[in-house]
Design a protein around this ligand. Structure first.
Ligand code: HEM
Ligand code: HEM
Length: 185
């Protein structure tokens, strides 16, 4: 019975929607920041303006996601996982939740100190206030550094997570991928 339930168990619909929505926004924000680096100043500030609003949206969605996670049971990991695989999956997931908040918060703090407390426009709909940080160069530099390191860590976890998901799907041929990809049989 144990086996049957863990082989068919899936994340709830809400967890799946939030997983994929946030994943798409994180990838979009990362690519946008990278691509914007070679753009003329005006185009770059348009992209970074949206980057900021998308990043703050990710914080809000992540708070909803954590609340959802705490109130809806996640399916147990596939029971053929080796102990180290299960441990690595848990570390990766906790690392993701941490970065989904810490990375955009570091960006928000960097932007707040750089703009000396100017609010951030959310796609022109409403404003989010600046975070209460110091407005000097050293503070800005520190949050910039944190944002870069956080973004690199996020890319690292992303590669690990995707390689693991594909390995379970194509090599181990277990049901790991189905837990988060509802359209897979
Ligand atoms: C999960 C969300 C986010 C991701 C994945 C992300 C990712 C990135 C990446 C990859 C870069 C390029 C880093 C570099 O090599 O210099 C960047 C730059 C930047 N990010 Fe974010 N970011 C996020 C959220 C935010 C937020 C919420 C803000 C501000 C409210 C922000 C403000 C900035 C700014 C201003 C830059 C340009 C820094 C510069 O002048 O070089 N980011 N971000
Ligand atoms: C930046 C993008 C992504 C982030 C931040 C992310 C984050 C997460 C987190 C935190 C979990 C654990 C959910 C929980 O138990 O609360 C998870 C599960 C999962 N993710 Fe992702 N994910 C991303 C992209 C992807 C992609 C591209 C794939 C597929 C190739 C994928 C496949 C899965 C699968 C199959 C699971 C469930 C299996 C497991 O528990 O390990 N994810 N993801």
């Amino acid at each position: 019975m144990e086996n049957a339930s863990s082989a068919t168990a899936r994340y709830s619909r809400g967890a799946v929607i939030l997983h994929w929505l946030i994943a798409v926004l994180i990838v979009l924000n990362t690519v946008a920041a990278w691509v914007s680096e070679d753009m003329p100043k005006e185009d770059r500030s348009f992209i970074i303006g949206n980057h900021k609003a998308i990043g703050i949206t990710i914080i809000l969605l992540t708070l909803v996601r954590i609340a959802w996670r705490l109130t809806h049971q996640a399916p147990p990991l596939v029971d053929t996982l080796k102990a180290w695989e299960a441990a690595l999956a848990k570390v990766t997931h906790v690392g993701f939740y941490f970065l989904m908040l810490a990375l955009p918060l570091s960006g928000w703090a960097m932007s707040s100190s750089f703009s000396q407390g100017k609010p951030i426009s959310m796609f022109g709909l409403f404003n989010m206030p600046a975070l209460p940080v110091a407005y000097d160069k050293a503070t800005n530099g520190m949050f910039h550094e944190m944002h870069e390191i956080g973004a690199n860590l996020m890319v690292l976890l992303f590669v690990l997570h995707v390689v693991a998901a594909l390995k379970h799907h194509w090599i181990d041929k277990d049901t790991t991928m189905r837990r988060m990809v509802p359209w897979l049989k």
